[in-house]
Design a protein around this ligand. Structure first.
Ligand code: TYM
Length: 327
């Protein structure tokens, strides 16, 4: 069975962009792939985190994975820092990553601007991500578009290592379905929906209440005109809402266009609000049940870490041998 790995940083509130761009894909792909669903806490600390909030976010992210349908019986759910091989292989790869490659990373450039002080971890972040992926001999990495460049780097590091030391790592592919790869902010369709947005009106959080969901959709920015037509260039705000609608309802934005011919923005937004409430309510109920049973969540994480450690350790050992460590 092919191997699939992906992860999310527990660095804030998960939103429908994370869901459509990542988690939803994983739940579908886990039927045909062996899925490793990681909570990327080592990545989260590349910008300052408050310890109590981080701990809570790690647990919340785990519960959201499960509530959204990642099946712990089938897939491996684990916390990155529970598998020391990530940091170890990350270090090895750091010693062979050209500085220029890291300087080119657009996420680094964006994130750097938002920090008052920038630390080395933020710069080296993509190298750790390469280690995450390569340790599991991953075939496919399902992510949103913002991670594309990091996957390119992962591929180039794997090739560089294999060329120098002999076949060690599988070369992974990204899986980035275009419709949901880049969900834009509801308050600004020129910027992606983001956990770290200044305003909570930028996103629909997976745990927003029904009233919050309805309110945020209602006040979402729209474009001039009043037709519901799918036009990325001329109507980026409505196009974004249509992609969200299509992804949750199943189907294509063109279907929505037909369905809403002659109807108003407010009809469409009302239905979108109700659709989101309908789709997110069962997830929220499962989340609530899980939060009443933290021991079962910890148990899933312990089992996940055991399995992940076994596989990761094997690849790390192979890489260490290849580079001449005495193992
Ligand atoms: P993170 O935590 O920023 O985002 C998690 C996932 O959500 C996707 N995403 C979006 N997709 C569509 N529209 C959006 N507005 C949107 N915002 C976020 C991201 O593309 C991502 O798939 N570096 C990663 C975490 C990571 C990882 C890995 C991923 C660490 N190691 C190994 C894959 C493989 C990150 O910061 O994601």
């Amino acid at each position: 069975m092919k191997i699939l790995l992906s992860g999310i940083q527990p660095s804030g509130i998960l939103h429908i962009g994370n869901y459509l761009g990542a988690i939803k894909q994983w739940t579908e792909l886990q039927k045909d792939f062996q899925l490793f669903a990681m909570i990327a806490d080592l990545h989260a600390i590349t910008v300052p985190q408050k310890p109590d909030e981080l701990r809570q976010n790690i647990l919340n992210t785990t519960m959201l994975y499960i509530a959204a349908g990642i099946d712990p019986q089938k897939s491996t759910i684990f916390i990155q820092s529970h598998v020391p091989a990530h940091a170890e292989l990350g270090w090895i790869l750091n010693t062979m990553t050209p500085l220029g490659d890291l300087e080119r990373m657009t996420q680094f450039k964006d994130k750097k601007e938002k920090q008052s002080e920038v630390f080395a971890g933020l710069f080296n972040y993509p190298v750790l991500m390469a280690a995450d992926i390569l340790l599991y001999q991953t075939d496919v990495v399902p992510v949103g578009e913002d991670q594309q460049q990091h996957i390119e780097l992962t591929r180039s590091l794997a090739k560089r290592f294999n060329n120098k030391f002999g076949e060690t790592f599988k070369i992974p592919e990204g899986f980035i379905p275009p419709q949901t790869a880049r969900i834009m902010g509801l308050d600004d369709p020129t910027k992606k929906m983001s956990k770290s947005a200044a305003s909570a009106n930028n996103y629909i959080a997976l745990l927003d209440t029904p009233d919050e969901i309805r309110r945020k959709v209602k006040i979402a920015v729209t474009d001039s005109g009043k037709e519901i037509v799918y036009d990325e260039e001329e109507k980026p705000a409505i196009a974004n809402l249509m992609r969200i609608f299509a992804a949750f309802a199943g189907g294509e934005p063109d279907d929505i266009e037909k369905q809403y011919q002659g109807k108003s923005y407010s009809d469409f937004k009302r239905d979108l609000g109700e659709l989101l409430v309908e789709k997110l309510t069962p997830l929220q109920q499962r989340y609530q049940e899980l939060s009443e049973d933290p021991e079962s969540v910890m148990d899933i994480l312990r089992k996940g870490a055991d399995h992940a450690n076994k596989i990761a350790q094997k690849t790390l050992h192979k890489a260490q041998q290849k580079i001449g460590f005495l193992v």
